[in-house]
Write a protein that binds this ligand. Structure first.
Ligand SMILES: [Zn+2]
Length: 480
């Protein structure tokens, strides 16, 4: 019965959306909560988040940031202080109007993001240039009342980190926003093994209230882009709205410069989509809850020898790797193989009576499903080698896919055709005019995902839509 169930997962290549939902449920990463649009992150999913947190938090701290925690609720008046910001978020804010049976004098927003509550505090804390910079990060949940939801990718409540920094001048804020963008790119590529592009958002797509929004964009297997993280130079917009002023070295009073930046549990969704296959999840070793599973294979007469050897092996490896020894007797080895493959454990070690006699072990890679016979004493080195190789090859695969699906159409007709048939990114010369952006959106559903960080030479080139002189290269795609 259970063997049959596992085989019922739809093929990833046939129906990505259904495969995605099914695999999340089957691998017990998350489940739907009784409230619409909300999910429960189950232990297997939360363990991935913990690994993401641990690795990212280390990078934030290495670059001078510290963690703090601000309230979940934001008074309506605070949220309204920065005009663009409230306009951008108003449609998705959840409100608290009662405390017990008592109607509140002022409604409280459940934070959709924390700029306003944090800025209110910063205006109390910042007085002098000596107080700067402030480099604070918060690990928290936020709520955005979304109409269409999908586990991990878009849910009403999600987990994230949000950095909020204050600086004395534009240059320092800009440097901070770009430092974080680099941290995100490096993290997503090295730890999650997903190729990303970095760039700046268009005026239309930037964060409500920001001066510049920078983004990391990844390509999903169906050719749709996913915004995997953003870093904003807020300029002085919030400082002016919240009165965050400081006395500089010449005793003159100035508004501060700020940034904010975040990544969320959406990164888990990206990882699932990018790496999985028809057999289930493939979790990159660096963030996998279990990096290695040991499956013993035995008939009753060999049971105690195999279990004993398996335990010995487990004890040898447990300090170096996140590892599980699956000695359950109510399941066959074959069932366990497919179950752990479905759950995406990067490496499996098989140990049976013959392996013990030959002083060898069988290793099976999840990504290629290749079997490798090794000498028993080589296990520690070989595990490390293979996990690194899997990590590296997952990234190369994602990189290859993304690059193959980034195209450079010669005119608007070809661009429309590509966005319709092949999807992926199309890179085109661009005039910086919002009308052209809207026209493309209407006719192809694609939006400008970013302008690349490395400015390309566009002299002599013309906007692909209107034919006016181009200002920069724009990457369009349909997106999640
Ligand atoms: Zn144009």
């Amino acid at each position: 019965m259970e063997e049959k169930l596992i085989k019922e997962i739809p093929k990833k290549s046939d129906n990505l959306a259904q495969w995605y939902i099914e695999i999340i449920k089957r691998a017990e990463l998350a489940d739907y909560a009784p409230m619409k649009g909300m999910m429960v992150i189950r232990p297997s999913g939360y363990a991935i988040w913990e690994n993401i947190q641990r690795l990212l938090d280390k990078k934030f701290k290495e670059t001078g940031h510290t963690n703090a925690y601000f309230p979940l609720f934001i008074p309506e008046s605070l949220l309204h202080k920065e005009a663009e910001h409230v306009k951008g978020f108003a449609p998705e804010v959840a409100w608290v109007a009662y405390g017990g049976s008592e109607k509140l004098q002022e409604k409280l927003a459940v934070r959709p993001t924390s700029e306003s509550i944090i800025c209110a505090m910063y205006s109390k804390w910042v007085h002098s240039w000596r107080d700067l910079p402030i480099l604070i990060n918060q690990w928290a949940n936020v709520v955005r009342w979304e109409k269409v939801t999908r586990p991990f990718l878009r849910t009403t409540e999600f987990l994230w980190q949000e950095g909020h920094t204050v600086h004395a001048n534009y240059e320092d804020a800009q440097k901070e926003a770009l430092t974080i963008l680099d941290i995100y790119k490096d993290f997503i590529e090295k730890e999650l093994a997903i190729k990303v592009y970095t760039g700046e958002k268009s005026e239309r797509e930037k964060f409500a209230g920001a001066l510049h929004t920078y983004t990391v964009e990844a390509l999903m297997p169906d050719g749709k882009a996913l915004q995997a993280g953003t870093s904003h130079n807020l300029g002085q917009n919030f400082a002016k709205a919240f009165d965050i002023k400081f006395e500089d070295r010449n005793q003159s009073l100035k508004y501060a410069w700020q940034t904010s930046w975040g990544v969320s549990t959406r990164l888990i969704g990206a990882s699932i989509m990018v790496h999985g296959d028809d057999e289930g999840l493939i979790i990159p070793p660096r963030v996998a809850p279990y990096q290695v599973v040991i499956v013993p294979i035995f008939k009753m007469k060999d049971r105690s020898t195999v279990i004993e050897e398996g335990e010995k092996l487990y004890n040898e490896l447990k300090n170096s790797y996140r590892i599980i020894f699956d000695s359950r007797e109510e399941y066959t080895p074959g069932w366990k193989f497919s179950d752990w493959e479905m759950r995406g454990v990067p490496l499996r070690i098989e140990i049976g009576p013959r392996d013990i006699k030959e002083n060898s072990l069988i290793l099976v890679r999840r990504d290629t499903r290749k079997k490798i016979k090794i000498k028993r004493e080589a296990i520690l080195d070989k595990t490390s080698l293979l996990l690194n190789e899997i990590q590296k090859e997952l990234f190369l695969k994602s990189k290859k896919f993304t690059e193959e699906n980034t195209r450079y159409p010669k005119d608007y007709e070809e661009m429309k055709e590509l966005l319709k048939t092949k999807k992926g990114f199309v890179a085109v010369p661009w005039c910086n005019n919002e009308e052209c952006e809207l026209k493309v959106k209407e006719e192809t559903k694609a939006t400008i995902r970013f302008f690349p960080m490395e400015e390309e030479d566009v002299s002599g080139k013309k906007c692909v839509v209107c034919g006016k002189p181009a200002h920069r290269i724009a990457y369009f795609a349909r997106s999640y």
